[in-house]
Design a protein. Structure first.
Length: 279
């Protein structure tokens, strides 16, 4: 359970760090390049030694799944940006968060995990709270680009599920290789995108990249460790719901963001969902 708590804390710190540098960091892709580079360095440090090739059993699968996860990271980021532009931030955030539905369904259908009654109710409440906290009736999406929203939802859910796929079919002995190649593939993709967009890495891109990269690495590491101890049908909704609570509280305390009655109601529902998920 401690790994689950640490995964929530790390995931929350990613959002808080990005919020803190919002407006100062002009080249987003440059920040992501630094972020993934830091993640790669941390993966090497925790592994003690990382080789680009190893005859160790399970290495090829870790390489394949890691590269797939890394590419999906950047695809989701680009899709999120595009959805924000075309469909608005509220709808984009909602469908990104609802990716937890896909990752939970994959755990149930593919890996035959079955939540108990309490956990099932908790999952439903968490999803309802996500819808409540992110939807805004004042913001409507453009119908011509509405098809991008389910694409974002599916991509986000599959990306989140990659850690569970490795946990189920991969060798725990090579998890550091999986993490290294995940962030390595994301780094290469981000570097490519940075050059295409003619972006640069300035002072704020570097600072924010470092401060986002540290919790980003640990959020993925702790998520992987959590999946080894707790069923995925509990881990994914719990991390998503717990992150929403901490980020909302941090926004109110650190950035003077107001908590509307709608958001407070959603946070209360999430608290109930978390209790049910962990009974």
């Amino acid at each position: 359970m401690i790994f689950l708590v640490l995964a929530v804390l790390s995931s929350s710190l990613i959002s808080v760090s990005m919020r803190a540098f919002e407006g100062r960091c002009r080249h987003t892709m440059g920040m992501f390049v630094v972020n993934y580079l830091i993640c790669m360095v941390l993966a090497c440090l925790f592994a003690g030694r990382i080789a680009f090739y190893s005859p160790q059993q399970g290495f090829h699968l870790a390489l394949l799944l890691g590269c797939m996860a890394g590419v999906l990271f950047l695809v989701c980021f680009v899709l999120l940006q595009l959805n924000i532009q075309k469909n608005g931030v509220a709808m984009a955030s909602t469908f990104m968060k609802l990716g937890v539905v896909i990752s939970t369904l994959i755990a149930i259908v593919v890996f035959r995990e079955s939540p108990g009654l309490n956990q099932g109710i908790g999952i439903i409440l968490a999803i309802l709270a996500i819808l409540l906290i992110h939807t805004d009736s004042r913001e409507t999406k453009k119908a011509s680009w509405g098809w991008l929203l389910p694409v974002l939802l599916i991509c986000g859910g599959i990306t989140d599920s990659m850690a569970n796929v490795f946990d189920k079919v991969g060798d725990p002995a090579v998890k550091d290789y999986y993490l290294f190649y995940t962030f390595g593939a994301a780094f290469v993709c981000a570097l490519f995108m940075m050059f295409i967009r003619h972006e640069k890495i300035g002072k704020w891109e570097f600072i924010s990249g470092v401060l986002v990269g540290i919790p980003n690495y640990f959020s993925t590491r702790f998520l992987l460790l959590s999946l080894g101890k707790v069923p995925a049908v509990i881990v994914y909704p719990a991390v998503s719901a717990g992150t929403i609570i901490l980020v909302s509280l941090a926004g109110a305390l650190l950035f003077r963001e107001s908590l509307s009655r709608r958001k407070l109601t959603a946070l209360f529902i999430i608290c109930i969902a978390l209790v049910l998920l962990n009974i």
